[in-house]
Design a protein around this ligand. Structure first.
Ligand code: IMP
Ligand code: MG
Length: 185
């Protein structure tokens, strides 16, 4: 990239690094899913839409794509606390091979809630695929596929936003601390 936006501190993961890792994860999923006739990929809106799109297009295992939307963090960075489904899946997942695709694990609350909710619908298998995990304490959620461990900073790009900005950057960057410190925790 030529010039960083003034609100961004630095690039954490370049487009090339992300694309290479996504390709590896797709290969890993294909190996693990040999023989599976249809995978059901569930993306969590909005953050996972770009990751899911790239990942799905690299998969050789036959798959369908669906989305869920949850109530999430407030407009800026502040946590709203409770997790709630605001848009559910189009189809039942009972007996299906499901992979839940998330952008980022922070406290783990969101994924934990989703995991337990979906597990209750009795899929044949339920796996989790998360692009980023922040190094910080929180709820322990089983992660089957992880892209990268990152420091506990606010990141944007590749689907992730700050107040709806920066979602479509091809790389992942760290937001300047002054913009979000004091809003959360
Ligand atoms: P958790 O429930 O604390 O794990 O929060 C996970 C959700 O918060 C993610 O799905 C994101 O939507 C959002 N989130 C957490 N950290 C970041 C970040 O650094 N940038 C953008 N969104 C984030
Ligand atoms: Mg999210």
């Amino acid at each position: 990239m030529d010039r960083l936006y003034p609100d961004l501190a630095r690039v954490l993961l370049s487009e090339e690094q992300i694309q290479a890792r996504v390709a590896q994860i797709a290969e890993q999923i294909d190996r693990d899913c040999a023989g599976v006739e249809e995978l059901y990929l569930i993306g969590v809106l909005k953050g996972a839409f770009i990751f899911l799109a790239d990942l799905a297009r690299r998969l050789e295992t036959p798959h369908t794509v669906d989305f869920m939307a949850l109530s999430s963090y407030g407009k800026r960075g502040a946590s709203s606390g409770a997790v709630r489904i605001v848009m559910d899946l189009r189809e039942p997942i009972e007996g299906r091979y499901v992979i839940l695709v998330e952008d980022i694990l922070d406290t783990g609350q969101t994924l934990d809630y989703l995991y337990r909710t979906l597990q209750g619908r009795r899929p044949a298998s339920l796996r989790t695929c998360v692009l980023l995990r922040k190094r910080r304490e929180g709820v322990r959620v089983p992660i089957d596929y992880l892209g990268f461990e990152i420091p506990d900073v606010w990141v944007v790009g590749y689907g992730l936003d700050y107040a709806e900005r920066f979602r479509t950057l091809p790389y992942i960057a760290e937001l300047r601390t002054e913009l979000y410190r004091g809003e959360r925790r």
